[in-house]
Each structure stands twice: as C-alpha cells, then as structure tokens.
Design a protein around this ligand. Structure first.
Ligand code: ZN
Ligand code: ZN
Length: 342
C-alpha cells in the first residue's frame, strides 16, 4: 500500500518541506506486508531501547552530526571570537553553546536509552525471548480489548504495538529513526527537549558563524587575537583547536570547513525548526504524531482513492500498531506492522 505524504497544516506546510517529504518519503510510504513479503520483517525479539539491535544508519548520522557541530563550535569557531571581549561575549557564547550542548547530549541520551514500553510489557516481558508470530486466523487484530496478542499483556488505551521495536509502547507518538527508539509517554519530553536544545544550539552557532564570516572579510585581524597568533606571521595561516591543541591550516581549509559547517547548520535549522513547529502545533491541538497522521490519512482522498477501503479498515482500529509517518521531517518510521495483516 502506498500512502501519499500528509501535508502539514497551515503555516508549517512549506513548499520545500513538502518536496523533501516527497523525496525522502518515497521509499518509506509502505506498510510492511504480511509474513513472507519482501519488506523488512520486525526483529524476532523486542528491542529494549535505541541501543538495541538492529542499529539504524540514521542514528549514526545523528551522532556524527552532533560530534561535527560540537568540534566545529568549540574547537574552531568560538576560539575565533575576539580576545578583548572574550570575558563577556566569549564567555556567554561558550556557556550558552556549551550549556545547550550538554543539555542536548543529556536529553538525547535519555530519549535513546529509555524503554518506552508499556508498564506491563516492562514488568512481565522477557526481552530475550522471541515474540510470537501473529496468527490472523485466531485474532483479527494485534491489540483487542486492550490486550496485545504479541506482547501477551494488557495495555493502556493509547498503546500501540510498534513493528520496529516489536513491543507495545505506552502513549505511542512515533518511532524515530534518528533515535532508533520509539517516542512514547515515557520519553516524549526528552525527545522534544532534544529537538529544542539542538535548534537553540544551532542558532548560537549561526550567530558565531555570522560574526566570524563578516569579520573574515572586513577585519580578519579581529579573528587573530589569541596569544598563540603572536608566533604566526603569515596572514594566510590560521590556528584551529585553540587553546589546547593549536593546528596550523591555510585559509582555504578554514573556508572549506566554514562552508561545510554553515551548510549543515542551515539544513539542521530548517529540519529541526520545522519539526519543533510541528510538535508545538500538535501540543496546541492536543494530538500525538500518530493521531495527526491517522487524521491526515482520513482526510486524503484523491491519491488514496484506490486505497480507501484498506485505509478505512486501519483507521477504524485505533489499537492497531502503525507508526504513522513517512516524513523525515517528523522523524518517524513509516507505518509498519509486525507480521500482521489488518
Ligand atoms: Zn504489543
Ligand atoms: Zn518503535
């Protein structure tokens, strides 16, 4: 089944976002088929958290990006700030950026490490044992009357059985590929803070990059106020990783790093800004990502006409486990079902 991308509401539906959603979401807009199909099967055992196998490439991309931005901020660009106002601006920049970085690191780690499973799943389930295969000849749906036939426990009304984690998640919002973990009631605020702190950190970095870029062309001497530059006579030579591990590089290297970091910064600002606005909108409407996406599906008609019958069956079944989004901007795993037909 193919699902059209669900446009975000009103002011948050930007043309570039829709295009990106369409581009990235193209291969994700599928529902995992029944057992025996070609699409990826859910793991045999329930995953505990974002560190459980299988790991995801998006997860590695997220951590590498965090590392690059941290090294670029603290090792390269903040040390360019003028020595004479370092006590104030440098201190503020370092403290603000550093504080945001450690806040982001903490909440990011918590969002990845927390097991968002239902209390009964965490209490009763043995994660080392294989999850049974769903037998639709015996049950119409995975969750019926708040009982999950795969987890074999009773669950709360807002629980969904995530196919990527192969377990029921309490207060299911979405499965996040970047965290490689489900986002549910237990870790939603850590996820939200992770997005907000990353965005705030990128805004700080943007301010520093803007200052450095402007001074680079107007008055480069303002960027060479650190005492280590007294030993550097060539104006075409710059020092990175001050003050601890000064490394001499030429101007093109600094420019290349600057352009790369600025590009990552802009991409991060656009994606995270869009995501933050989307979740603020969801909060205002008291919706989860799952609620929003299932509502959106119901409102779609043209492209989904041929799928209407199947979709209507799915959306009538709130306990059926479907990760809702195909959008990289919502950072979800697309709708999937563990060896289940609906
Ligand atoms: Zn379950
Ligand atoms: Zn999940």
């Amino acid at each position: 089944m193919l699902l059209a991308p669900v446009p975000l509401p009103g002011c948050v539906c930007l043309p570039w976002a829709s295009a990106l959603m369409d581009l990235w979401g193209r291969s994700w807009r599928r529902v995992v088929p029944e057992a025996g199909g070609k699409r990826p099967s859910p793991p045999n055992r329930s995953r505990v958290n974002g560190w459980s196998r299988p790991l995801h490439s998006f997860q590695a991309v997220a951590w590498v990006t965090v590392l690059i931005m941290a090294v670029a901020s603290f090792g390269i660009f903040i040390p360019f700030l003028p020595r004479d106002w370092k006590d104030v601006a440098y201190g503020v920049s370092f403290t603000a950026t550093g504080g945001l970085f450690f806040l982001h690191l903490s909440v990011h780690l918590l969002a990845v490490s927390i097991d968002p499973a239902e209390p009964n799943v965490r209490r009763k389930k043995n994660y080392s044992e294989p999850v049974p295969t769903f037998d639709r000849s015996k049950h119409a749906h995975v969750i019926q009357d708040q009982y999950c036939h795969l987890c074999e426990v009773t669950v709360s009304p807002k629980a969904k059985h995530c196919s990527a984690c192969n377990k029921c998640v309490s207060g299911f919002d979405h499965h996040c590929k970047w965290l490689n973990n489900c986002v549910g009631g237990r870790n939603y605020w850590y996820f939200f803070l992770s997005v907000a702190s990353a965005l705030a950190g990128l805004l700080c970095l943007t301010a520093v990059l803007l200052y450095v870029s402007i001074q680079f062309f107007i008055d480069p001497a303002e960027l060479r106020t650190h005492p280590c530059y007294k030993k550097v006579s060539n104006k075409n030579t710059w020092l990175l990783f001050l003050p601890l591990f000064p490394v001499k590089v030429k101007t093109p290297v600094v420019l290349g790093i600057g352009v790369l970091v600025l590009l990552l910064d802009i991409i991060g600002l656009l994606l995270l800004g869009h995501l933050l606005v989307f979740h603020l909108y969801l909060m205002a409407k008291k919706l989860s990502t799952f609620d929003y996406m299932t509502q959106g599906r119901q409102q779609q008609t043209p492209r989904a006409a041929a799928e209407k019958e199947e979709l209507s069956v799915q959306t009538r079944l709130p306990q059926v486990q479907r990760c809702p989004s195909s959008s990289p901007l919502i950072l979800c795993r697309p709708g999937t079902t563990p060896r289940v037909t609906l």
